[in-house]
Design a protein around this ligand. Structure first.
Ligand code: ADP
Length: 172
């Protein structure tokens, strides 16, 4: 299986790159962003400062420093404002932008958190459909990609992603 869903802490994942659900300043924050900065060490913030921010839907690459992962792909998800403000398109673009860097760099393994579904309040089931749709599409066209892991932080989030992946009723 080239697509894996696990419950866990993305800062512990060994991969060519892990993806950070950052904010547009790229200067750290709460949630997964804070956890990644704490685990990577202050060198990560120093490199992020040089990037001078990132617009929503785009992605930027840094090294991984003290993380087991070699690199961090920072992407900025949309804040959920009811769904008619382009949020689904922007969330899809986060995955596309991250995969564009993966392809450019020739990475074979990458791990994602559930982008936008924390503080940014994107409904998890809709986010899961978008995330898994983009991941499946990319796996089909990118044979060099060996493994994509989605790391969910709670059992409930993992169950939602598993349900959406298996296409069970209630997931559309
Ligand atoms: P956003 O601002 O994009 O919503 P958050 O960090 O608030 O980002 O939340 C995104 C998701 O990441 C949430 O589901 C949250 O539970 C999860 N999360 C928080 N810490 C970690 C971690 N260490 N590893 C994986 N996922 C995490």
């Amino acid at each position: 299986m080239r697509l894996e869903l696990i419950r866990g802490d993305i800062t512990r994942v060994d991969a060519d790159a892990i993806v950070n659900a950052a904010n547009s300043a790229l200067l750290g924050g709460g949630g997964v962003d804070g956890a990644i900065h704490r685990a990577a060490g202050p060198e990560l913030l120093a490199e992020c400062r040089l990037l001078r921010g990132c617009p929503t839907g785009q992605a930027r690459l840094t090294r991984g420093y003290r993380l087991p992962a070699r690199h961090v792909i920072h992407t900025v998800g949309p804040v959920w404002r009811g769904g008619s403000d382009g949020e689904p398109t922007l969330l899809a673009r986060c995955y596309q932008s991250a995969f564009a860097l993966v392809e450019q760099q020739g990475f074979r393994t990458v791990a994602f958190p559930s982008i936008s579904t924390g503080v940014y309040r994107f409904p998890i089931e809709r986010a899961a459909r978008i995330a898994l749709g983009e991941i499946r599409k990319t796996l089909e066209r990118m044979p060099s990609l060996e493994k994509v892991t989605v790391v969910l932080f709670s059992d409930a989030d993992l169950e939602t992603y598993q349900r959406v992946l298996s296409g069970e009723p209630g997931s559309s």
